[in-house]
Design a protein around this ligand. Structure first.
Ligand SMILES: [Fe+2]
Length: 463
């Protein structure tokens, strides 16, 4: 089967797959975004609110006056004020396990730069930061808001100890003025894991979707391209003259309708061609009759040859369409004689070698005459080859044995038999017995043996 050779890059299949993948991408991205937005944001905001409450509550336990007494130097850690506040912060951390770090910071003169006051979490040599250690908070926009009320970072921070989120609240003195802020960092690994999980799941869904899209795309496009391929196959057959070729109609949809109308078209073409051929054969038959009418001896010869040939072919078991073709070819086998001078055709005496040469051209002339209208190579071969001999001594091509098409061999025997049993200007008709004898004598030399045997069998039963 021939298929349409369209590169995959330009194929319908790729277009369908791309379309499906794109629409899936769009849907998956949108749904992922919505899931992320609603579930993750909700969880994150909940954590931020909780953090603000923790920071605000913790800030209330820190005495602003004591904090103000912490010397802002490295030695400040040894002061009573530092120790009191540090103890308080540790106590708060103990009752709030999610807290990783709890610390206090005060503003400096420089915008965005803060300094630690009490940061008791033991990390390096028991101290995280000393009083007065600077902290650049420009990156943390929420810290700036901490003097006005509780705040919390809007995104997760990651360091070597994990993922955390920070909340801030002001530490106010008795007059209510914010003099420092308290910060708490809580572990946000759950939120982070959740966030990561959503991203991973989204990616997996997307990946799965892409595979499903490719699979579906192939399936959908195949359901369209397969019938199209079949139609293309059909057009090849039709263009080669095989008008009996039909494509399978599998569905009742538009594609099925296309296949149906394709078959209808082939059928119409077949009918039209048949009518044209019939017309041609009738005209050719008229020509043969005109030819035969000029010679009393050959009158009715072609039709009799066609009848004999048909009988032999039926006996040999050939299919009907082959027999029809054989009959038509037999009717036309001598049409090339139109191109031979009447004086030669009807000459009563012995032919000169030149005249004999001329006569021998009639199979080729006949082939030339029907070539423009005949669609069958077999028919052309029969007309050209009906004077070939089984032993290779015939004309025009001197082909022999099984190289001679069997239908040509049939016409050849039928032609010779009718010539023998018909009177000629130079001899009377042979009797049936004498003709049979002649056929037997030339069986295997001039004639195809099987064809001779078949004709003899027919003649015996007819008797
Ligand atoms: Fe002939």
């Amino acid at each position: 089967m021939r298929t349409i050779n369209i590169p995959f890059g330009r194929s319908f299949q790729l277009k369908v797959i791309l379309l499906l993948v794109l629409s899936l991408f769009f849907i998956a991205t949108l749904s992922n975004y919505l899931i992320y937005k609603f579930s993750y944001d909700a969880q994150f905001n909940q954590l931020r609110d909780k953090l603000k409450v923790i920071a605000q509550t913790a800030a209330l336990f820190v005495d602003a006056d004591t904090l103000a007494q912490v010397p802002m130097t490295k030695d400040g850690v040894n002061s009573q004020a530092y120790k009191t506040i540090a103890e308080k912060l540790r106590a708060i951390k103990r009752v709030n396990p999610p807290i990783k770090y709890i610390y206090t910071m005060a503003k400096t003169d420089k915008e965005g730069i803060w300094q630690f006051v009490v940061d008791p979490e033991p990390l390096v040599n028991g101290i995280t930061s000393y009083p007065g250690d600077k902290f650049n908070a420009t990156r943390y926009t929420e810290i700036a808001k901490a003097f006005f009320g509780p705040a919390a970072d809007t995104k997760l921070e990651t360091d070597q100890w994990g993922v955390f989120l920070s909340g801030y609240a002001p530490i106010r003195d008795k007059t209510g003025k914010a003099i420092a802020m308290l910060g708490v960092d809580v572990a946000a690994d759950d939120v982070y894991a959740f966030q990561k999980g959503i991203k991973q799941r989204g990616f997996l869904v997307l990946l799965l979707g892409v595979f499903i899209s490719i699979f579906l795309g192939m399936l959908i496009s195949k359901s369209i391209t397969n019938p199209i391929n079949e139609l293309v196959e059909g057009t090849y057959h039709i263009s080669e003259g095989d008008l009996r070729y039909r494509v399978r109609v599998r569905t009742s949809d538009e594609i099925g309708e296309l296949a149906r109308s394709f078959n209808q078209m082939s059928e119409n073409l077949f009918d039209v061609r048949k009518k044209l051929l019939d017309y041609f054969y009738r005209i050719a038959q008229s020509l043969v009759r005109i030819l035969e009418a000029k010679d009393q001896y050959t009158r009715g010869h072609s039709e009799r040859v066609a009848d004999f040939a048909e009988k032999i072919a039926i006996k040999m078991g050939f299919p009907k369409d082959k027999i029809d073709l054989l009959k038509e070819a037999a009717l036309l086998h001598d049409i090339g004689k139109i191109g031979i001078k009447e004086s030669i055709l009807n000459k009563e005496g012995k032919l000169t070698p030149e005249e004999w040469d001329t006569i021998q051209k009639h199979p080729i002339i006949g082939e030339d005459i029907i070539k423009p209208v005949s669609i069958s190579e077999e028919m052309l071969a029969i007309v050209r080859g009906h004077h070939e001999r089984y032993d290779g001594g015939g004309y025009p091509d001197k082909i022999n044995g099984e190289n001679i098409n069997i239908f040509t061999a049939i016409v050849s025997v039928a032609d010779a038999y009718d010539a023998m049993t018909s009177p000629r200007a130079y001899r009377p008709a042979l009797t049936r017995e004498d003709s049979l004898k002649q056929l037997n004598i030339n069986r295997g030399s001039q004639f195809h043996p099987e064809v001779v045997d078949t004709l003899i069998e027919i003649l015996k039963t007819e008797r």
